[in-house]
Design a protein around this ligand. Structure first.
Ligand code: OGA
Ligand code: MN
Length: 218
């Protein structure tokens, strides 16, 4: 994609902040940041989805894919453009992708994302979303869809600055919060919550397709 579309005014401040934060520290946390209309649509979509649309989450890709519930216990549903909410979300992520490419020359080519549901007590242990040289995931984005999240609900995302960081930065999974970070650089984990916790996790990727070999998502 070489064309850069217009950035809608409600996104321009957020996108600028993300670009500045990424170039300064490699991650960006923004509360109340996803356009409210979009967050509401996505929440509405979660309400109409039945629990059977979610699958137990695994780790690794394709044939290496394994369900390992000592690492993560959430359930996920990949997002396509078939619902209005899904289509709006993909349009938003595409706008962000083009803006990042125009400002940071990241060469982001594609995007994959899923809803995630963590029931009370569910977790995702400390992990990296991409390993150097093994994946084309460049940038992770997480948004939260939990209205009225209270500190005592727990369920924070903890973002570690590098392999040696044990303290990390805690992020409350509040409605409309948008987190972005470099996928290979920031180990992170999801702490157990006392109530249902909903997020979307997505990854901007480089183009890994070679000739007739199309690299599929997930
Ligand atoms: C993931 C992930 C974080 C969150 O799905 O890889 O780290 O807060 N999710 O849901
Ligand atoms: Mn992750």
């Amino acid at each position: 994609m070489t064309t850069t579309g217009m950035i809608s005014s409600e996104n321009s401040l957020l996108f600028e902040t993300i670009v500045n934060d990424l170039s300064e520290k490699g991650y960006s946390v923004n509360s109340n940041a996803l356009p409210h209309e979009l967050s509401s649509q996505l929440l509405e979509q979660l309400h109409v989805m039945s629990s059977k649309e979610f699958d137990t989450a695994g780790i690794g890709r394709q044939q290496g894919h394994m369900v390992n519930n000592s690492v993560r216990t959430d359930e996920i549903c990949w997002i396509d453009g078939n619902s209005e909410a899904g289509a709006q979300w993909l349009a938003w992520s595409s706008e962000l992708r083009e803006y990042l490419n125009s400002q940071l020359f990241l060469g982001l080519f594609s995007f994959e994302s899923h809803f995630a549901h963590y029931g009370p007590g569910d977790f995702y242990k400390r992990h990296l979303d991409a390993f150097k040289g093994e994946s084309n995931r460049v940038l992770s984005v997480v948004v939260y869809l939990n209205p009225d999240w209270q500190p005592e609900d727990n369920g924070e995302l903890v973002l570690y600055r590098d392999e040696t960081d044990i303290k990390g930065v805690k992020v409350t999974p509040s409605f409309g919060t948008v987190v972005t970070f470099l996928s290979e650089q920031f180990p992170h984990e999801v702490l157990p919550a006392t109530r249902d916790r909903y997020s979307i996790a997505g990854w901007f990727r480089l183009n890994n397709s070679l000739f007739d070999r199309i690299d599929p998502p997930s």
